[in-house]
Design a protein around this ligand. Structure first.
Ligand SMILES: [Fe+2]
Ligand SMILES: [Fe+2]
Length: 367
């Protein structure tokens, strides 16, 4: 006896007792284990109790028809194959049965050979379908696990690159008076303006993060100038202005968008809308929008916070300065956006309040 045949239990359903027994005998000779049922309900009960591979069912039976049984088996035991047997050679019923998932359709009288061939065929097809389904599930599982790993790696990379930016910004902060709180407040102001301008959330977050690098070029300014108490000479100031291009040179040529935007902001955050700024004296929309946004955010924060060499201006006075700078120092449309968001601005001010006096000397933002 074939091992596979012994494992494949078959349920034979027919309201004619003799036929059930004939089929059973034919199949037992081939090594199959068979159960019989006189109607659809009894067949369903057997399927609940025993693990079966195949149902061979008559179509015309009192009570549940063979087609109804086929439907129920499909819904409740989708892994069980079904073979249909009918006394009438009706093409329409045959097509319907096959559409509903029957593996084959036999016309009575069914010969022993025909029965066995159809059973072997149905069980083989069922075996292949189950194997195929398991393979697909395995593959799907593999794809899901790989995708999850990839997403985790991507996330880790995003966190690492964001942290690199923050630490780079911090390195520049160590060198002068502008504190981490300044960088954070200023970057959030940039986010507010970008959002008001209508950039999508991803772009706003990019601008916010990149703006933290605006003064990274101060790393390249000698201590004697950066930390000099009191006013800088014209030459010293000229050198100090180099921090914009230093920042650009540190950050440009990167393939990372975050650093590319950071480079534009570093170079352009001291440019003025009327072309009177530095390092290149570009004007209007020739200044990248990210830098025009950063200019407003940087100046507003420098004006409204206390430094050793100056007191904080009241917000109203800083607002006045921004308003007066519309079209001169600043992009007028972006100033308007910023000024219309003062509620959010003040919540950022509260959230990142400075603690105590800040050490250091000067902020170029208010020069
Ligand atoms: Fe600067
Ligand atoms: Fe700044």
């Amino acid at each position: 006896m074939d091992d596979q045949a012994a494992r494949d239990r078959i349920v034979i359903v027919d309201d004619e007792r003799d036929l059930r027994h004939i089929y059973k005998r034919f199949l037992e000779i081939e090594g199959y284990s068979c159960l019989t049922a006189g109607d659809g309900e009894a067949a369903m009960q057997l399927l609940e109790q025993e693990e079966c591979s195949l149902v061979i069912t008559d179509i015309n039976m009192p009570g549940m028809s063979g087609i109804d049984l086929l439907r129920e088996v499909g819904a409740k035991h989708p892994q069980v194959a079904v073979l249909m047997v009918s006394a009438i050679d009706d093409r329409k019923v045959a097509v319907k049965a096959l559409q509903l998932g029957a593996f084959s359709y036999m016309i009575k009288p069914v010969s022993r050979n025909e029965l066995v061939i159809n059973v072997v065929n149905a069980l083989r097809r069922r075996f292949l379908e189950i194997a195929h389904q398991r393979q697909s599930e395995k593959l799907e599982d593999l794809v899901q696990r790989r995708t999850k790993k990839l997403l985790e790696a991507k996330q880790e990379l995003a966190v690492a690159s964001e942290e690199t930016v923050l630490r780079l910004a911090k390195a520049a902060e160590f060198r002068d008076d502008e504190t981490a709180q300044h960088t954070l407040r200023m970057s959030h102001y940039c986010g507010i303006i970008a959002r008001g301008y209508g950039f999508d959330e991803k772009r706003c977050e990019l601008i916010r993060l990149a703006s933290q690098l605006h003064d990274v070029g101060k790393i390249g300014i000698p201590d004697a100038i950066l930390l000099k108490p009191g006013k800088l000479t014209a030459d010293e100031f000229a050198l100090m202005k180099e921090h914009a291009m230093f920042g650009f040179r540190i950050l440009s040529d990167s393939r990372a968008t975050l650093l590319q935007v950071g480079a534009l902001i570093a170079r352009g955050h001291h440019e003025k809308y009327d072309g009177s700024g530095y390092p290149e004296g570009v004007a209007g929309e020739d200044i990248p929008i990210e830098a025009r946004i950063a200019a407003i955010a940087d100046v507003f924060d420098a004006l409204t916070t206390k430094r050793v060499y100056k007191d904080a201006l009241p917000v109203a006075a800083a607002v006045d300065i921004l308003r007066k700078g519309r079209g001169g120092h600043f992009d007028p449309a972006l100033v308007d956006i910023f000024l219309s968001e003062m509620d959010v601005v003040s919540s950022v001010r509260k959230r990142f309040r400075d603690r105590g006096d800040q050490p250091g000397i000067k902020s170029l933002a208010v020069e």
